[in-house]
Design a protein around this ligand. Structure first.
Ligand code: NAD
Length: 243
């Protein structure tokens, strides 16, 4: 079925990649909304909405989608924990697919990291390293936070155990802490590594993205899947049939 899709953040790097993926999949971009455009009109004219813009925009996008009964796919990252809590309430009012990463490879990486974090004891210290292009506005990346969830949950840890970078007289590393390190530079689309190190050996699990098309195709697939779904918050695993 050919769908009319509204892209929020249409002029951005991801917005342009999504427009190409929409056409590639045989759908139509019914609205390309960026700063200063009429968001309500764009959403009203669409069968589904894909938002890859900025964290401050998400509340209005979710509210309008709930009011107008439109399914929404959100790839925007950088929300604070407070923003997220409020957004989850609004997102549940329509079919919402929300993910920090829409690539199949990264979602496989999360699955493998979750398994490794559960199998390896805490002596296998976990550190997460991500690298992105110099124009990225938030840190750590949404994907790094997905990987953090995959490490923390099976180990019975929480966000207070994340250690964002290290500086000065930090003291010895504890077993509970999970290091989180964000590198920025050049045109890197997105590299993520989770390292589990014990004395004598270490395991490294890595994903490297070389094209934004992988995220864009995943988001378009999620948009097509979301049409006609019951209100609720879904993840990429549901879209891929892995949940
Ligand atoms: P970008 O800065 O190139 O594009 C963002 C666009 O949003 C810009 O064109 C900007 O003008 C627009 N925008 C800002 N305020 C707006 C508003 N009020 N209404 C409409 N548009 C508005 O950034 P990008 O690299 O395209 O990334 C966009 C977002 O997607 C970021 O949060 C990024 O982290 C995230 N991202 C997610 C995934 C994923 O798979 N989930 C992958 C890549 C990037």
């Amino acid at each position: 079925m050919s769908l009319k899709i509204c892209i929020v953040g249409a002029k951005g790097r991801m917005g342009q990649a999504i427009a190409a993926a929409v056409e590639e999949a045989g759908h139509t971009v019914s609205g390309g909304v960026d700063q200063g455009d009429d968001l309500r009109a764009g959403i009203a004219a669409a069968d589904a909405v894909i938002d890859f813009s900025f964290h401050t925009v998400t509340e209005e996008v979710f509210s309008l989608c709930a009011e107008l009964g439109k399914p929404v796919v959100c790839g925007t990252t950088g929300h604070s924990q407070e923003e997220k809590a409020k957004l989850l309430e609004i997102a549940a009012k329509t079919a919402t697919v929300w993910a920090g990463n829409f690539s199949i490879g990264v979602n496989l990486l999360c699955y493998l990291v979750e398994k490794a974090a559960g199998i390896l004891p805490l002596e296998y210290n976990a550190e997460i390293v991500e690298m992105h292009h110099r124009l990225k506005k938030d840190a750590p990346s949404g994907t790094a936070l997905m990987l953090a969830d995959a490490v923390l949950e099976p180990r019975g840890l929480n966000y207070d155990d994340l250690r964002h970078g290290r500086e000065g007289i930090t003291g010895e590393r504890t077993e509970r802490e999970v290091g989180m390190h964000s590198l920025r530079g050049g045109d890197v689309v997105g590299d993520h590594t989770v390292i589990f190190s014990d004395v004598g050996e270490r395991v490294e699990l890595t994903h490297k993205a070389s094209s934004r098309a992988i995220f864009a195709r995943g988001a378009v697939r999620a948009a097509a899947w979301s049409v006609g779904k019951e209100p609720g918050i879904y993840g990429i695993r549901e879209v891929l049939g892995l949940a």
